[in-house]
Design a protein around this ligand. Sequence first.
Ligand code: NFE
Length: 486
Amino acid sequence: PRDAGLLAMRICGVCTGTHYQRSIEAVEHAFGVTIPKNARIVRNLIQGALYLHDHVVHFYHLHALDFVDITKALEADPAKTVLEAQKWAKVAGSSPWTDSESEFAAIKDRVAKFVKQGRLGIFGNGYCPHPQSIVVGGVTCVQDIQNPARIALFKDLLMKTRKFVKEAYLPDVYMAGTMYADEALDGTGAGLKNFMSYGDFRLDDTGFYSSKLLFPSGVVYGSDLTKVVPLDQSKIAEDVAHAWYEGDKPLHPYEGETVPNYTGFGKKENGIAYLDTKKKYSWIKSPLYNDTRVEVGPLARMVIGYVAKDERITKYVTNFLTRGNLPVAVLFSTIGRTAARAIETDMMSDVMIEWVDELAKNAASGDLSTWTEFDFDKVAKSAKGYGMAEAPRGALGHWVRIEEGKIVNYQAIVPSTWNAAPRDYKGRMGAYEASLIGTKVANPDQPLEIIRTIHSFDPCIACAVHIVDTQGKELGVYKVDTTCSL
Ligand code: NFE
């Protein structure tokens, strides 16, 4: 069980550290191990850094081209661009990342070079950071905490990223959001309107599931802005009625099964096989909360925090809306999802300064505790536990059942599983499918609106599907048409 985290983080090459942490927490929960204060802060900083990295990468590399045509930069007037940069930074309450005419002219030249070479795939780089510094009982980076220069380096990098978030990311989101505000008010991309968050970022040491949290946990049904229903993990189940797995009823993840059962596509026409939504049609299971479909992610976190009247979240959400002169209804949309991600990135970039300062203060006062010693031979050899918190894309849970010191069942329900899931045993849609209903497509040959809405969830299908044969046997060969690059 102590090694599970190192394997579990390989579920994904994007949100690696978050799977690692959830796995370690599931084992700590099973073993009844608590971690010291500094370990909590270091873990918060690792996770917070992931948010800052992941959300910025999502906006610029995976989503921005749904809003802008980069080749239009070739027609841009650098002098007018300066005015645009100043205008949107002012809306965001910051100064522009750059307002140098010559720098914009240089960028224009660089883009021209890329376009000339046909190299518009510059946004397609891969990245797979796999951290190794979290262990059952705490973290291993005591040497970094001992060394003020290492903490100062972290803070310096944080401040640089924070500057970019405030001076570039926020103004750019305002610019895109304002252009599409009408569409947002039409409810384009709203979808399920049921939101769930497991809550995350413990702010004190009272316990894994009893501490005050930066992101509160709970469920908001039907965008009802009057109440948050408390979360009960026993009400989570996964259904496979429309997924290519065996099983005839929704199962709680402690009992979860992952037995592939590929039954093929639906009808074939002109060499194209179509999915049949009345049958099985996805490799993703359908998670249910209390027998309902819910959306998870930054929008869910901001809505739940706002409805729970969390002081910090309310302040950031209200500021964002007031500055942009936007009503709260704008949030329940494709653009709202993208805006919520930017709002929480802004908040994270500020709160992390408090955490890194607290860590430096603890270390300076001689508190270098990073690990709670525990005797593996003395912990319960048969136990179960869960690690439930928030990954950048939403609620992430790992459930582990241990017998005689060994793992007998392990299930992860990841954010993209909640959102990208097919219909359930009652035929109800998941978040992606529901969000596309009613979408107006301007040009059916180039249905950009569909891609934009799906991208607003920041999909990670690598996370959502896990089929592994431990003997290394091939489970199937599939040819995927990649005209749409989710
Ligand atoms: Ni593969 Fe992930 C995140 C997790 S899943 S990226 O964030 O957990 O959508």
